[in-house]
Design a protein around this ligand. Sequence first.
Ligand code: NDP
Length: 285
Amino acid sequence: MKKYFAVLGHPVSHSLSPVIHQAFALSLGIDIVYEKIEVSPDKLSETLKAFRGKGGMGANITLPFKQEAFKLCQHLMAGAKQSKTVNTLGWENEALWGENTDGEGFIRDLTHNKGISLKDKRVLILGAGGAAQGILPHLLNPSPERIVIVNRHLEKAQLLCNTRVGIEAFSYENLSSLLPPFDIVVNATSASLFNTLPPLDPYWIKNTFAIDLAYRFQGETSFVKWAKEAGAKEAHDGMGMLVEQAALSFQKWHQVLPQTQSVIESLSVSSQRDFNNLFEKLRVV
Ligand code: NDP
C-alpha cells in the first residue's frame, strides 16, 4: 500500500513539494502518494486530524502555519525547539511530533551545493519573519564574525536578537552606520513573492555572495536579478534550500537521506527538458 503524505498551507497550489518528494521516492523505490492540501485559516488542527483519519503518515507545513504547527505538536525535535516553528510532522503512537528542517536545509545548500562557509564571515539577513527565525539558530554554529538582521519593523528584528547572543538588529535607515560591508547577504523577506525588493542600498550587495530564500520556478526572483545588476559576486535563489529541507523531511519519515543533486538540477532554470522528463515520469500535477 502506498504511504500517504502531503504539504499543508495557504496558498499551497504553487508548492513543488509533491514533485520533489515523489522524485526522492522514485529514486529509492519507495511507493508514496504526496498531495497538496489547502488549509483555511484557523483550520490547521482539524485538517490534520482529517488527513490522519485518511491514513496520512506525515506532512510538511508551509506558510502561514509553521508557528501554529509548533504549538500543536506533543513532541518537538531539536530544529523545532530552536526555531519555535515546525515544517515537518508525523505521528508516533498517535502523538504528533514536529521538526523544522529549513535551517539545516539552508546550511546544507550553502555548504554542500555552493561551497560557502559562514565561518568568520560578516552576514546580513534581510527580514525577521518565520524563515529568518528558522535559519537563525543554524547560522550561529559555524561562528560567523558578525550577524546583523535588518527589518522594516525594527521591533521584530530586535525580538529575534533578544533570544540569541551575538546578533544585532538594525533598521534599513541605520544600516549606513555599519562598516565595512558584508560577505554574505541573505534575503529572508517575502518581497520576491510580490516581485518587489527590500529597501536595501545596492552598496551592501556589491561583491557579496547574495542568496534569496524565495525561489521562482523557471525564472529569476526579483532579488536575484537585482543583486546581479548591483554587482554581487554570486546571486542564488532558494531552490537548493527547498530541495535540501525536503530531503531532511524525507529522512525523518523514511529513515533514508535521498540524493538531492539531480532533483536540484531538474528544477533549475537551465534544464527545462530534464524537468519535463521528471514530470512525465512522475505524472504529478
Ligand atoms: P513572513 O511573512 O513570516 O515574513 C516576511 C518578512 O519579509 C518580514 O520580515 C517582512 O518585514 C519582510 N518583508 C516583506 N516584504 C518586504 C519588502 N517589500 N521590503 C522589506 N521587507 C519585506 O515570511 P517567511 O519568513 O515565512 O518567508 C520569507 C521568504 O522565505 C518567502 O519568500 C518564502 O517563500 C521563503 N522561504 C523559502 C524556503 C525555502 O525552502 N527556499 C523555506 C521557507 C521560506 P516586516 O516584518 O517589516 O513586515
